[in-house]
Design a protein around this ligand. Structure first.
Ligand code: SF4
Ligand code: SF4
Length: 385
């Protein structure tokens, strides 16, 4: 099965917020013009024959304004009908208006946003007033029928409040997707907020247990993804597949990068949409070669790991962004991934072949000792969902 093809459009690197641990936003950044959007569509027409997902990302993509989306969406959609484009957006929602929400609802655009838990925790990490501004945008999006999901960034600070944060998502009927804070590329103390791989691993196991206790009442996307990896033996999200060649990002000026996370880093420019580079040409660029060197490194250095098929060394950005593109190791979150994959595999084996397997296959409910749902119950839920 082929990996889905994904284009990330970055209309601007600017952002009205100033989150403490942010690594990507720039103040006073330029905004993509429609000529560049047109170049993107014309380039993709030659570049790609299969279905394409286009995600607007940032910086803060809503800074581009309603007029940008009113024109850019039909432009891409009409030019690329054969590629059956679907759209998505990742935004903090501050600049959401009824006008924009209506445009997005015409194209059934799912919205990804960010909230780090209850107001006091969120605003301490993301800045005073963030929570209210995001919730205001969330309300507008909801009233227009848009589907909104939140990413919750866990930091070295908020990890202490993991119970409170989980309960916030549970009690507000929100889907939980988590993201570990990475070392920041700006400021004097890059590791201040970063979540260590060890703590990230513990957090994943903690959330697995809370998820099992509350099965049917909440979705924890990362746990679903890790499960799908183990059951299907193939990566289920970009972190766990070879993303090089299947994902590209276009910066505000039309430069092509391997992923939105690299946008604004000159060493990672692979080409420009105006010259219509082929996939081979992009991968032959110095930035493309760096991504491929990561893949080779993983093939060699992870070959004895039982999870290599569905982990693929994790995210190349995490591995090479802080070493100026030099491949010195796999994704530092390897420790966390291994911990979570091992935990799922061990519990599966225990429930299938060990002493805790009661009523697992018989009644088909995956209930283990103590009457609580086990890992098989979660597997049934995910695989039937
Ligand atoms: S670089 Fe990382 S975040 Fe970007 S597409 Fe690849 S795995 Fe995903
Ligand atoms: S868990 Fe670690 S060693 Fe195993 S494939 Fe992933 S990155 Fe490599």
């Amino acid at each position: 099965m082929k990996s889905p093809f994904h284009i990330m459009l970055i209309p601007t690197l600017g952002c009205p917020s100033n989150c403490s641990y942010c690594w990507s936003s720039e103040e006073n950044s330029s905004v993509m013009n429609l000529e560049t959007v047109n170049d993107v569509a014309l380039w993709l027409k030659d570049f790609q024959k299969d279905q394409v997902t286009v995600t607007f990302h940032g910086g803060e993509p809503l800074l581009a304004g309603a007029d940008f989306y009113r024109k850019a969406l039909p432009l891409i959609s009409d030019e690329l009908t054969e590629l059956r484009p679907s759209f998505a957006i990742q935004t903090n929602l501050w600049r959401m208006t009824r006008e924009i929400a209506e445009i997005f609802s015409e194209y059934s655009i799912p919205v990804g946003s960010s909230i780090d838990g209850p107001k006091e925790i969120n605003d301490l990490q993301r800045g005073e007033g963030y929570f209210e501004k995001t919730m205001r945008g969330y309300k507008i999006a909801q009233e227009s029928g848009l589907s909104v999901r939140f990413i919750c960034t866990f930091t070295s600070y908020s990890i202490e409040y993991k119970k409170k944060i989980f309960e916030f998502f549970l009690n507000n009927n929100l889907v939980l997707k988590l993201h570990p804070a990475l070392p920041s590329m700006k400021g004097d103390n890059p590791n201040k907020w970063a979540l260590s791989p060890e703590l990230y691993g513990e957090l994943l196991v903690y959330l697995l247990d809370r998820y099992l206790e509350n099965l049917g009442k909440i979705e924890v996307m990362n746990i679903n993804d890790l499960f799908r990896c183990v059951f299907t033996r193939r990566g289920s999200v970009c972190t766990f597949v070879d993303c090089m060649g299947n994902t590209f990002a276009i910066g505000p000026e039309g430069d092509i990068y391997p992923c939105y996370r690299f946008v604004g880093m000159p060493d990672f420019v692979m080409g420009h949409v105006r010259t219509h580079p082929s996939k081979e040409e992009l991968l032959a660029s110095e930035a493309g070669q760096r991504m491929l060197r990561f893949k080779e490194y993983v093939d060699k250095n992870c070959q004895d790991c039982t999870h290599i098929r569905y982990c693929r060394g994790g995210c190349p950005y995490n591995a090479i962004a802080l070493t100026n593109g030099e491949v010195k190791g796999v994704d530092p979150h390897c420790i966390a991934y291994k911990r979570a994959f091992n935990e799922i595999n061990e519990r599966l084996n225990e429930e299938m072949f060990g002493s805790s397997s009661i009523d697992m296959l018989g009644a088909g409910k995956g209930i283990v000792e103590g009457g609580r749902p086990g890992i098989m119950a979660l597997m049934q839920k995910i695989m039937s969902g």
